[in-house]
Design a protein around this ligand. Structure first.
Ligand SMILES: [Zn+2]
Length: 312
C-alpha cells in the first residue's frame, strides 16, 4: 500500500448538519455521499482508502470500490440582507435565524434551489470498524494539511497505518484493496451479523453452541453471516455459523481463522497469550462443515494469513 491515496471524510458533525444545507444520507460501513459544493469533490476515486470520523473519534476505514455520480436538487439558504450562508439557528429567541456575517435577524432565509453533481462511494467489502481507536486530534495530525477544515481531506495512509500499531486491524481493508486493484484472484470474504430470522435458523440447527468455543448462552451468540464479494459491491450468500460475540469480531479481523489443511482453529500469535483465546488454538470446530463452508473458510484463511505456506 506504498503510494496509497487516502481521504479523511467527516461522517457526522456540525459541517454535515448546518443550517445552510439540508444534509446527506450516510451509512458509514457501506457508502458515503457528498456533492460538488465541497472542496476536493472530484478527487476521491476507486482504489483510494476512505477513513471516516465524526470530528471527535475515528469510526472506521475501507477502500473505495466505486464512486457513483449523479445529480440532485439541493436547497441552499442565505441571509436575505447580505446573501452570506453563515446563519445561526436559535432555539430560545425570535426571530429564529441570525446572520453571523451582518447580524441581521430573520425568520425566512433566502432559499435557492440548484442542481448539484452528487458523488456516492461504495466501500462495503473492505470496511473495518475502528470506533474510538484514534481521537480527532491524532487524526488531524495524520492529514497532509493538519490545519485543514475540509470535510474531504487528504490523509497520509502510511502514518495512519502506523498509528494503528501495525496492519492487523486493516487486513480486511488491504485484502479488499488488492481485489479492487485486480491483484487478487479470489473474492473478498467477510463476516457480518446475520438477520434475526437467520439467527433463529442457526439456533435450531446448532443449539446453544458457538462453532469455535462450544456451549454458550444464546444471548452471547451471534449469527455470523458468511459471504464473499463475488464482484465488487455485490455480495453472495454462502451460509453461516453461530459465534460468540467476541469471537465473531476476531474472526472478521482474521485474528481467528481455520486452517484449510487440518480444519483446526488457528489463533493469531498476537492474541495467543490471552488464556481465553490461546486455549482454543489447534482445537477442532464444534460443527460439521459443509463443502460451501470449507471453501469459504479456505478463502478467509488466504486473506487472514497471506504469508503462511498453508495458504498456497
Ligand atoms: Zn447577513
Amino acid at each position: 500500500m506504498g503510494d496509497t491515496t487516502a481521504w479523511l471524510m467527516l461522517a457526522a458533525g456540525d459541517d454535515r448538519a448546518r443550517a445552510s444545507n439540508d444534509g446527506y444520507d450516510d451509512d458509514p460501513s457501506s457508502h458515503y455521499s457528498w456533492d460538488d459544493t465541497v472542496p476536493n469533490h472530484g478527487k476521491p476515486k476507486k482504489g483510494d482508502v476512505i477513513v471516516l470520523w465524526d470530528k471527535t473519534y475515528l469510526l472506521g476505514a475501507s477502500v473505495i470500490e466505486a464512486v457513483d455520480e449523479g445529480t440532485a436538487e439541493k436547497d441552499s439558504h442565505s441571509c436575505p440582507r447580505c446573501d452570506k450562508a453563515r446563519i445561526e439557528t436559535r432555539t430560545t429567541v425570535l426571530p429564529r435565524l441570525k446572520c453571523y456575517n451582518c447580524g441581521h435577524e430573520f425568520d425566512v432565509p433566502r432559499t435557492r434551489r440548484k442542481t448539484v453533481k452528487t458523488y456516492r462511494t461504495r466501500h462495503g467489502a473492505g470496511w473495518v470498524e475502528l470506533e474510538g481507536r484514534l481521537d480527532g486530534a491524532r487524526l488531524r495530525s495524520l492529514c497532509l494539511s493538519p490545519k485543514s477544515q475540509l470535510s474531504l481531506r487528504p490523509l497520509d495512509y502510511d502514518r495512519f497505518h502506523a498509528a494503528l500499531d501495525g496492519d492487523l486491524a486493516l487486513a480486511p481493508l488491504e485484502a479488499a484493496a488488492d481485489y479492487v486493484a485486480g491483484g487478487h484472484a479470489t473474492a473478498v470474504v467477510r463476516v457480518r451479523r446475520g438477520q434475526s430470522a437467520f439467527r433463529g435458523k442457526l439456533l435450531a440447527l446448532y443449539g446453544n453452541e458457538c462453532a469455535f468455543s462450544g456451549p454458550a448462552p444464546a444471548d452471547a451468540l451471534e449469527a455470523a453471516h458468511l459471504y464473499s464479494y463475488a464482484e465488487v459491491g455485490e455480495h453472495k450468500k454462502e451460509g453461516g455459523f453461530l459465534l460468540r460475540r467476541d469471537l465473531h469480531r476476531l474472526f472478521d479481523r482474521g485474528l481467528f481463522a481455520v486452517r484449510p489443511d487440518t480444519w483446526l482453529l488457528d489463533v493469531h500469535v498476537d492474541i495467543r497469550h490471552l488464556q481465553d483465546y490461546g486455549q482454543l488454538h489447534g482445537k477442532p470446530l464444534g460443527v460439521d462443515l459443509t463443502r460451501a463452508q470449507r471453501e469459504w473458510l479456505r478463502t478467509h484463511w488466504e486473506q487472514a494469513r497471506p504469508t503462511s505456506p498453508e495458504a498456497a
